[in-house]
Design a protein. Structure first.
Length: 267
């Protein structure tokens, strides 16, 4: 990742939270601690943020803090071919008429394109997903209510008794911050609270993650690995990660971005 892109991500992150730690920035950018500390020093000297012990804070923090994690607009441009292939494989699991839940995220967003030809009942907490499917498909769309988080383009309800409890889904499709032996990981407790409610409404949990997510970790575990029925990833998954899923009894689907591109070119 180039320095300018790292700086954009760091400045975006410090606007969302009172203090962003060095490990948090490493997770967001994939850079080393030494690199992040140099970036913080550089941005501090440029008067774009304030360096504090163990991290950084915004010079003029927002009144309403957002969620932890990389913003949607930055994340959607990363590993796009892999995300598209994973999303196509996810939609292949669906039949017309199925009730499904699609959790907000940049990989799940890529499901909207193959879903354009389907007629399904779709519950989502994502504005981009709902908007695209309303404009470009005949799917029935149910959008959750709650607080709007602009950076992630999702709606989360702070209330236990909301519309989520009234929707049954055959499958729930979601992403994750990381995947490891302890389970599926997320970056923010509010996300975990909302996703727990959604997971409980579906017969099967299908997780869409590109292969880099098997190297990423977070301090928050959403659920054990064996709670996922299926994990869909790309063909760069390591043998070790595949063996971990097999040992947990998780069905693994490997999508092939290169093959998909060749197929489209020949069509």
């Amino acid at each position: 990742m180039h320095e300018k892109e790292r700086h954009r991500i760091i400045l975006s992150a410090v606007q969302d939270r009172p203090v962003v730690t060095v490990p948090d920035m490493c997770a967001l950018t994939g850079a080393s601690e030494a690199t992040i500390r140099r970036d913080i020093a550089s941005l501090h000297l440029a008067k774009k943020l304030r360096r504090v012990r163990g991290g950084a804070e915004a010079l003029n923090p927002t009144k309403f803090p957002g969620l932890a994690g990389r913003p949607f607009t930055l994340n959607e441009t990363l590993r796009i071919a892999q995300k598209q292939a994973i999303a196509r494989a996810a939609v292949e699991l669906c039949d017309d008429g199925d009730p499904i839940i699609i959790n907000g995220g940049t990989t799940t967003f890529q499901m909207v394109h193959p879903l354009a030809t389907r007629q399904m009942q779709i519950f989502t907490n994502s504005f981009p997903i709902a908007e695209h499917l309303l404009k470009n498909s005949k799917n029935a769309i149910l959008l959750s209510g709650g607080v709007i988080y602009r950076e992630q383009n999702i709606v989360l309800s702070p209330f236990e008794n909301d519309v989520t409890r009234n929707f049954y889904a055959k499958r729930m499709f979601m992403g994750a911050q990381g995947v490891g032996p302890l389970g599926l990981m997320e970056a923010d407790p509010l996300l975990i609270q909302a996703e727990h409610k959604l997971i409980g409404q579906a017969d099967e949990l299908v997780v869409l993650v590109d292969s880099t997510k098997f190297q990423k970790r977070s301090s928050l575990v959403l659920c054990p690995l064996d709670r996922a029925h299926t994990i869909i990833t790309d063909d760069e998954i390591t043998d070790r990660a595949a063996a971990m899923l097999e040992a947990a009894g998780v069905n693994l689907i490997v999508a092939h971005p290169t093959a998909a591109k060749q197929q489209e070119a020949g069509a």
